[in-house]
Design a binder for this molecule. Structure first.
Ligand SMILES: [Zn+2]
Length: 91
């Protein structure tokens, strides 16, 4: 679907609502579900904020016995941090 990035205001195409990186400016954003009347918002402006999230509550909901899932989530977020880092360096 097409939506507007809450940061750079450009029109972007996303597969579905949820957390994603803006393909235009690289900001980590939340794309709201139009059916639920959710609004788009900026999640993290800086790498620092993303790193903080990485260390904190992001994984609290993961059960202890689900270590594999936990590991996967961490790897995913680490990848996103690397992406963000690259975007920050490029601009
Ligand atoms: Zn953007």
């Amino acid at each position: 679907m097409l939506t507007n990035c809450p940061k750079c205001k450009k029109v972007i195409s996303v597969e579905k609502s949820g957390n994603t990186f803006c393909p235009k400016c690289g900001t980590y954003i939340f794309v709201g579900d139009p059916i639920k009347d959710e609004e788009n918002k900026v999640l993290f402006n800086t790498e620092e904020e993303l790193k903080k999230e990485f260390k904190s509550k992001q994984f609290e909901d993961v059960e202890d016995n689900d270590k594999e899932k936990n590991k996967k989530k961490r790897a995913e977020l680490k990848h996103k941090i690397n992406l963000l880092h690259k975007n920050l360096n490029d601009s």
